[in-house]
Design a protein around this ligand. Structure first.
Ligand SMILES: Cc1cc2nc3c(=O)[nH]c(=O)nc-3n(C[C@H](O)[C@H](O)[C@H](O)COP(=O)(O)OP(=O)(O)OC[C@H]3O[C@@H](n4cnc5c(N)ncnc54)[C@H](O)[C@@H]3O)c2cc1C
Length: 386
């Protein structure tokens, strides 16, 4: 098949008036609206069993209704892939080779399972011992060679049940595509701390890029150990007077260049071997309770940004629009087709018994070929070779 040169997306060009609730996951009117001093109101929504909170134009977590008045590009991609691990990067290789205009969102190369794997020795064709990160870079470069475009950005919401489908970035932009492939892996958090749910949208956030501007001149904390955590802490220094970067580990899981950037950031103070026990406050966050090696301590901060990782599929941006399987992963058939036409899922986020890079890559291939079948209205899958 020929090489495709999908043109990168042009910048956002117009304003989205309102994102409607359609399809099976009908979002209801806001459950409540809370105003905290100096901020736009926080709206709470329910989709199925899930409750989300957001400000108009500012997302806290997953709700389509939180996305009013967002800039939207006129470009309609053939395929948007969410997640650039082995599943997403392989899907991108196949969709790009199928001459589909492909955009991949990935929040950080070292935020996924392969990206943090120190050594990988069982990937077919790679005889030398490679870091997972290096293998992933090679996969991405291979997809880029055929025209796939990768953006370093977190997806914070989606509308999957309408055509074209919409994907919302943490930077506040709306992207459109005929098909969406979800490949975000299974490193999502598995538990919350006391106070977190209650104060979500009122000082607790999972997205510095979305909410950082609300903390101008205030002290905040960021919790986690990954490159994503460090990136978000650096972003917050634009607004906050002080950023405490709190990690339970003895040191952050980041490369030397990131360590150097952090040590140059005078507003950042790193607290290692420190756990977040709880978050407290009435109208908004008043303080966090930390457990240090020396004992418990109150940290008076107005914002708590949480980026810790666990073993749950990352599906917070889906908001109940896709059916799940018994293990909490997205339900697919053997062709990686989900319950919503034009939406496909692959990789660790399916929560299969075997979680290996080569399996994720194989599923990425299947998802891509199914997306091509859907977009081009084929009755059978097209071969990727002649
Ligand atoms: C420590 C460790 C060692 C391992 N060793 C091996 C091994 O030796 N051999 C092997 O075959 N397998 C190994 N595995 C398993 C293998 O890494 C996984 O099966 C594989 O990486 C899964 O691929 P994936 O693409 O589904 O998910 P991931 O690799 O987790 O990639 C998911 C990607 O999605 C991105 N993402 C997540 N949420 C968002 C969002 N909201 N917006 C944008 N992007 C997002 C992340 O940045 C990430 O890059 C190991 C796993 C771990 C944790």
């Amino acid at each position: 098949m020929g090489k495709k040169g999908g043109k990168p997306d042009e910048k956002a060009t117009h304003t989205q008036e309102e994102v409607g609730a359609q399809g099976s996951a009908q979002a209801q009117a806001p459950l409540s609206s809370r105003r905290t001093s100096g901020r736009s109101p926080v709206l709470l929504f329910r989709i199925g069993d899930l409750v989300f909170g957001g400000r108009p134009g500012r997302l806290v977590d997953g709700s389509r209704e939180a996305y009013t008045n967002r800039p939207m590009s006129d470009t309609v991609y053939d395929v948007i892939i969410i997640g650039g691990g082995p599943a997403g990067a392989t899907a991108a290789l196949y969709t790009a080779r199928a001459e589909l205009k492909t955009l991949v969102f990935d929040k950080a190369i070292r935020a996924g399972a392969l990206g943090i794997t120190g050594k990988i020795a069982n990937y077919p064709g790679i005889k030398e011992v490679l870091s997972g990160e290096e293998l992933l870079r090679r996969m991405r470069e291979h997809a880029e060679l055929y025209g796939a475009k990768f953006i370093k950005s977190k997806v914070t919401g989606t509308v999957l049940t309408q055509d074209p489908k919409q994907v919302f970035s943490a930077e506040g932009e709306v992207y459109q595509a005929k098909a969406v492939i979800v490949a975000t892996g299974s490193m999502g958090r598995s538990h919350t701390v006391p106070g977190e749910q209650e104060l979500l949208g009122r000082g607790v956030s999972y997205c510095a890029t979305c909410d950082g501007a609300f903390y101008k001149g205030q002290e905040v904390m960021v919790y986690g150990s990954s490159e994503e955590t460090a990136d978000e802490a650096l972003f917050l220094t634009r607004y906050a007077s002080k950023v405490f970067l709190v990690t339970p580990k003895p040191k952050l899981d980041v490369h030397e260049p990131m360590h150097a950037k952090l040590s140059e950031a005078t507003k950042i103070e790193i607290l290692t071997k420190t756990r977040l026990k709880s978050i407290a406050g009435e109208e908004g966050v008043d303080h966090a309770v930390l457990i240090k090696t020396t004992g418990e301590e109150k940290l008076p901060v107005k914002g708590v940004f949480i980026f810790t990782q666990g073993g749950k599929p990352i599906i917070d941006f889906i908001g109940g629009q896709l059916e799940l399987n018994a293990k909490g992963g997205i339900k697919v058939n053997e062709e990686m087709v989900t319950s919503v036409p034009g939406v496909f899922a692959c990789g660790d986020m399916l929560v299969r018994e075997v979680q290996q890079a080569v399996v994720a890559a194989g599923e990425g291939c299947l998802a891509a070929l199914s997306a091509d079948k859907f977009i081009n209205k084929r009755t059978t899958v097209a071969k990727d070779y002649k």
